[in-house]
Design a protein around this ligand. Structure first.
Ligand SMILES: [Cu+2]
Length: 366
């Protein structure tokens, strides 16, 4: 996969005169703000945007641990550090994220049913907030949250056995958990069944969630978390991997895949509030591991599936024809106005027996 470095992304947007999500999405209502902000100076000082700690908060969707290739129970030592980082939701729009390991979603933990996880959560001295972690793959108080609640400068260790299979979410679960999750604190733990998962050509890992801020989408400057917006469940942004339009030509670029692949996508919905109506435009969920259930027979040929907050769903697509496959939440205002769009780019030969965009052959195409 090729991803454009963030610096190219910013340069592209400045060169194109695009200041925000409204302009990118062709949204009329906020275009005044977008236009005004692009004509003002682009420095972060004058726009009110904060200086960023990292150029990129969005995890690479191809960063998935290798499949289980062992057949006896193992113990895994896993350390996760909570990191509070200022980064951009989109160019010119900064936000104070809270993360596991400085990325959204947090790293996938991948184990086999019956394995033991020795988990250390570390909260650095520089943090402002307490954090913890609730694994939905854990039998125990708070899924581990009760024993891992730590102040800045502390760490805590728990050990748990992955007794049941499935792909499950993990998230921060402190009292203000809606804020912490909206700031990025969620991920996935994949507990493979003892027989493993069917082999596929490629696996991808995405995380959808909502960001509730005190400004309109696309308004340049520093956006603060808005409790009012959260209580209304009216997010400013809905994103894959914490950034608006991250995996499109306006962001880090499309995710490059090949023709005739079988691709398994893991999609963790952190929420904190909204159910996703998950759909692949121009494709179908060929196999759907509904709600992350990896033991029942997968559903077949499902067009749109709910992925509720607090759930990781796995689904497989095939790529018989070239062109874009757009992964969306089919609550489409979130796609057009709020950022939740990721595009797979299938490279390959036309297959007119399956799809012919020009059956009369009368266009001036290449
Ligand atoms: Cu937290």
């Amino acid at each position: 996969m090729t991803l454009l470095p963030n610096i190219e992304r910013r340069s592209f947007l400045k060169a194109a005169g695009l200041g925000g999500v409204a302009a990118l999405a062709g949204c009329a209502e906020d275009s005044t703000d977008a236009a005004a902000s692009t004509t003002s100076a682009q420095t972060s000082d004058s726009s009110g945007a904060a200086s960023v700690d990292v150029d990129r908060i969005a995890a690479d969707p191809t960063d998935v641990p290798d499949p289980v290739d062992w057949s006896q129970p193992r113990t895994h030592d896993v350390t996760l550090e909570t990191q509070e980082l200022t980064a951009e939701i989109e160019p010119g729009v900064t936000f104070d994220y809270m993360t596991f390991e400085g990325r959204v979603p947090g790293p996938m933990v991948r184990v086999r049913r019956g394995d033991t996880v020795n988990l250390t959560l570390r909260n650095p001295e520089s943090s402002k907030m307490p954090h913890n972690i609730d694994f939905h793959a854990v039998y125990g108080p708070g899924g581990g949250a009760d024993a891992t609640t730590i102040a800045p400068g502390e760490e805590a260790t728990i050990e748990f056995k992955a007794t049941y299979p499935g792909v499950h979410i993990y998230h921060c679960a402190v009292p203000n958990m809606d804020h912490h999750i909206s700031a990025g604190m969620f991920g996935a733990i994949l507990v493979e069944p003892k027989g493993g998962l069917p082999e596929v050509d490629r696996e991808l890992y995405l995380g959808q969630h909502e960001i509730y801020t005190d400004k309109a989408a696309g308004k340049e400057g520093h956006h603060k978390f808005s409790l009012e917006a959260a209580k209304s469940e009216d997010p400013t942004y809905v994103t894959y991997n914490g950034e608006a339009y991250a995996f499109t030509e306006s962001g880090y670029g499309r995710i490059q895949v090949e023709q005739d692949e079988r691709i398994r996508v893991f999609m963790s919905n952190g929420g904190p509030n909204l159910s996703s109506s998950w759909h692949a435009i121009g494709n179908v969920w060929d196999k759907l591991y509904r709600d992350g259930d990896l033991v029942s027979d997968p559903a077949r040929f499902v067009e749109t599936t709910p992925v509720r907050p607090g759930t990781v769903t796995a689904a497989e697509i095939k790529t018989p024809v070239p062109g874009p496959i757009k992964l969306v939440d089919h609550s489409l205002t979130r796609v057009v106005r709020k950022g939740v769009l990721g595009v797979l780019d299938v490279q390959g030969e036309q297959r007119p027996d399956i799809y012919d965009p020009n059956p009369n052959g009368d266009s001036g195409g290449e």
